[in-house]
Design a protein around this ligand. Structure first.
Ligand code: ATP
Ligand code: MG
Length: 186
């Protein structure tokens, strides 16, 4: 059973990596086609947070949400937007030590939907801040090629946000935490 579990986890990891590489190839070929619908982002966020709460609990991290009752609908690709916020929240959990907090908050303001993913984690050194959106870039060089990801998540995430006409920014303080902010047009 133990061996089967390892095989299962490893194939899930490989599957995710292949999907990421395909996404990157699609982006490069200008073929990241969005399946645009009217989406309710608070429902998407709610579902992702439900899913990732297990992972947060395992690491003794509090995952909180501050979402209004109902956000205005936006035009977008629900699966792609789910990928954006899964990447950001997953990163935040990965880089926050035990006992920390990851908070997701969303507001509608000035014809924009603004989502913050805030953590009380290790932070990102100022010299690396601009580079985390580059493909394969990982701050902790010792993680490169390890099982903790390939450094593709944020590169893909930014492309998806920009394909929606939005913006993705990061602010961070070393040793205090990081906040990623997504703006999406209403
Ligand atoms: P992948 O997403 O492909 O599984 P990854 O998570 O390492 O791998 P990215 O999501 O692109 O890759 O993130 C790039 C790097 O940015 C990470 O390796 C990490 O060093 C840094 N980083 C991202 N989010 C955070 C965060 N919330 N706190 C601290 N560092 C972060
Ligand atoms: Mg990632």
């Amino acid at each position: 059973q133990y061996a089967a579990q390892i095989i299962h986890d490893e194939s899930a990891r490989l599957h995710r990596m292949v999907e990421d590489l395909l996404d990157l190839a699609r982006i490069e070929a200008g073929r990241l086609d969005l399946n645009q619908r009217s989406v309710q982002l608070d429902e998407i966020l709610f579902g992702i947070i439900e899913n990732l709460t297990v992972k947060a609990d395992e690491n003794d991290i509090t995952l909180t949400r501050n979402l209004p009752e109902s956000l205005p609908r936006i035009a977008g690709d629900g699966d792609r937007l789910a990928q954006v916020f899964t990447n950001l929240i997953d990163n935040a959990i990965k880089h926050t030590p035990t006992g920390g907090t990851v908070a997701v908050e969303a507001v509608a303001q000035n014809q924009e939907l603004i989502v913050n993913v805030r953590d009380t984690g290790e932070g990102i050194p100022p010299e690396d801040l601009a580079r985390v959106f580059e493909r394969f870039y990982q701050v902790d060089k010792s993680r490169q090629g390890s099982r903790s990801g390939a450094g593709l998540g944020l590169a893909i995430t930014r492309q998806i946000v920009e394909a929606h006409g939005g913006k993705l920014h990061v602010a961070s303080k070393l040793g205090e935490g990081t906040v990623f902010t997504v703006w999406l047009p209403l």
